[in-house]
Design a protein around this ligand. Structure first.
Ligand code: ARG
Length: 260
C-alpha cells in the first residue's frame, strides 16, 4: 500500500514536470530591436520589416511556433546570455567577438557600414572623421569601426541605445555623422530628403558583414533554422521577400556559398 502511494506520487511529479515543460516549449521567443528600418521597426505598434518576413517564412518552413518580442538591442544579447529567448533576429552581423559567445545561423543578408552626414560636410577619407562628432548605436559594428579609427571610448563618439536615436541626434545637430549599416542609412536618407544627407564608405575599413540569427551557445534550434532558411532561399521565397523590401533581386549565390 505504501509502495503504491510512493509510486503514485512519483508519477504525479513526472506528469507535472512534463506539463510545465510543454508550457515553456511550444512557443519560441525571438528577440529583436525594432528601431532598425527596414529590417525591423514599429508600424502602428506592429513589428514589421525584412527580418520579420524572413523569420515568418523560416519558422513556417521549420513548422515552429514563435513570438517576436521587441526587447531592444543590449537586452537582446543579455537574453541570449541567460537563455531567456530561443534566438535573436535584428540585423545582427556575424563578428569574431560575438562568435565567442553565440552561435549563428547561416547568413541571410550582406551589409556594409556607411557614414551618413550633411551635404555641407566634406568627408573623402576616414581621417576626415577626426574632429567631428560621431553617433553610433551602442554595441554595434558601427561603434566598433569608429573606435578602431578614433580609439576606444573617444570623447567624440556618442553611443545611443538605438540607431533611430542616433539619427534623431544627427537631425538635432548634436552629432555630425552617424555610422551605421548601408541599407538602414539609405532608408533613412530616402525618408528624410529635406535633411540633405550624403554618405561615405571606406572599402578597406568597412568590409562586408553578414546578418544571421543569433542563438545561445549550443542551441539545438540552429540546425532546424539553417535547414529551413536554406529551403526558403532555394524555393524563391527569400527572393520574393527581398524584392518586396528592396525593389531588386538578391544575390543568393553569396549567401548559399557562405552557408556551411
Ligand atoms: N549590423 C550591426 C551589428 O550587428 C547593427 C545591427 C543593429 N540592429 C538593430 N536592430 N538595432 O552590429
Amino acid at each position: 500500500m505504501k509502495l503504491m502511494k510512493v509510486l503514485f506520487a512519483a508519477m504525479m511529479v513526472g506528469v507535472l514536470a512534463i506539463a510545465a515543460g510543454c508550457g515553456n516549449n511550444d512557443k519560441i521567443v525571438v528577440a529583436t530591436d525594432a528601431a532598425f528600418a527596414p529590417f525591423e521597426y514599429l508600424d502602428k505598434g506592429e513589428i514589421v520589416g525584412f527580418d520579420v518576413d524572413i523569420l515568418e517564412a523560416v519558422m513556417a518552413e521549420a513548422g515552429l511556433e514563435y513570438e517576436l518580442k521587441n526587447t531592444g538591442w543590449d537586452p537582446l544579447f543579455a537574453a541570449l546570455d541567460d537563455n531567456q529567448v530561443g534566438f535573436g533576429i535584428s540585423g545582427i552581423s556575424i563578428t569574431p567577438d560575438r562568435m565567442e559567445s553565440y552561435d549563428f545561423s547561416n547568413p541571410y543578408f550582406e551589409s556594409k557600414l556607411l557614414a551618413v552626414f550633411p551635404e555641407s560636410l566634406k568627408i573623402s577619407g576616414m581621417q576626415d572623421l577626426a574632429g567631428l562628432k560621431i553617433g553610433v548605436q551602442n554595441g554595434t559594428t558601427g561603434q566598433e569601426a569608429v573606435e578602431k579609427i578614433l580609439g576606444k571610448n573617444h570623447s567624440a563618439i556618442s553611443k545611443y541605445d538605438s540607431t533611430a536615436l542616433a539619427f534623431m541626434s544627427l537631425k538635432a545637430g548634436n552629432v555630425d555623422v552617424v555610422v551605421t549599416d548601408n541599407t538602414v542609412a539609405e532608408e533613412y536618407i530616402k525618408n528624410n530628403p529635406n535633411d540633405k544627407l550624403q554618405t561615405y564608405t571606406d572599402p578597406t575599413l568597412f568590409a562586408p558583414e553578414y546578418y544571421a540569427m543569433a542563438f545561445p551557445k549550443g542551441s539545438e534550434l540552429k540546425a532546424d533554422i539553417d535547414a529551413a532558411l536554406q529551403k526558403v532561399i532555394e524555393s524563391g521565397k527569400y527572393a520574393e521577400i527581398f524584392e518586396k523590401w528592396f525593389g531588386y533581386a538578391p544575390n543568393t549565390e553569396v549567401l548559399l556559398q557562405k552557408a556551411e
